[in-house]
Design a protein around this ligand. Structure first.
Ligand SMILES: [Zn+2]
Length: 189
């Protein structure tokens, strides 16, 4: 069973092997994808089909790695909006509001979330509960902030060793940062 994502025009098969099915077209004996989607072979009809994937929203599941943005920071937790499920090029349906409890921020002791995250920070987290509420953790090394804003002037902070620095106002701030902080293009998630 083939289920890879194909682009319009991609060669899927020859018309000798398979029939052109839904979401495909035939041209000079070759079956090609007519849309972006998941390529699969319908064994019953021996046809090539491309199922649309972009229109099906993704539900957040336990174990997902997600990109979230900090909405508010409280004394024992922070509230974040889940923007993206890593590896899923689709919108999210259902609840996107997630809670990161202070005890789930790092492996060591964290007194309060405000020392590790600021409002507007983008961070990578792992979902460990979805019901009754979405609970996330940043304990692992590749989790944590990937883009943070200066709390004084809202400029993006630049990583300098283990600390983040604002190149605009010189403010230095600590964050629970991911190992690849600052290296991710947020427009290409
Ligand atoms: Zn600043």
């Amino acid at each position: 069973m083939n289920d890879k994502i194909v682009m319009p025009g991609d060669r899927l098969s020859t018309s000798e092997e398979l029939l052109p099915g839904e979401g495909t077209f035939e041209e000079d004996g070759v079956i090609r994808a007519a849309r972006v989607g998941k390529f699969l072979v319908n064994k019953k009809y021996m046809s090539a089909e491309v199922k649309p994937v972009t229109s099906i929203p993704v539900l957040i599941k336990k174990g997902d790695i997600v990109i979230a943005k900090v909405d508010s920071v409280k004394s024992s937790m922070l509230i974040a909006e889940v923007l993206h499920v890593v590896g899923k090029n689709r919108g999210i349906s259902g609840d996107t509001s997630a809670t990161l409890h202070v005890s789930e921020i790092a492996r060591g002791y964290v007194k309060e979330p405000a020392t590790e995250f600021g409002v507007g920070d983008y961070f990578r987290a792992k979902v460990f509960q979805v019901k009754p509420s979405i609970q996330i953790t940043t304990k692992d090394g590749d989790l944590g902030a990937i883009k943070s804003l200066c709390t004084k002037c809202r400029n993006p902070l630049v990583k300098k060793g283990n600390i983040l620095e604002c190149e605009n106002c010189g403010n230095k701030q600590k964050r629970r940062i991911a190992t690849d902080y600052g290296e991710i293009d947020l427009n290409k998630l």
